[in-house]
Write a protein that binds this ligand. Structure first.
Ligand SMILES: [Zn+2]
Length: 87
């Protein structure tokens, strides 16, 4: 289940809740009688983008996206060959 962030205007609280996918974006606040609205966390999106960038620098061949180990070996072998022939 994804973790969603909710903000309640009435009690000015922000809190995180585990919710099923597809639940309404407005829910009953857990600490008052108001309604809490789901907020899209810009923070986690930024973190994700940064780690993607870092992963691309560490893994320029994109090996993390290759699930088949044999295919991975092939890509590495090909890259090694490319580096050898460019000398
Ligand atoms: Zn509230």
């Amino acid at each position: 289940m994804p973790l969603y962030e909710y903000y309640c205007e009435k009690c000015e609280r922000t809190y995180e809740l585990l919710q099923k996918v597809g639940v309404p974006t407005t829910i009953q606040c857990e600490s008052c009688t108001g309604l809490a609205e789901r907020v899209v966390s810009a923070f986690s999106t930024t973190i994700k983008t940064q780690s993607e960038d870092r992963a691309n620098k560490i893994d320029p061949l994109g090996l993390r996206n290759v699930k088949d180990p044999a295919q991975r070996e092939k890509i590495i072998a090909k890259e090694n060959l490319r580096q050898l022939s460019s000398d």
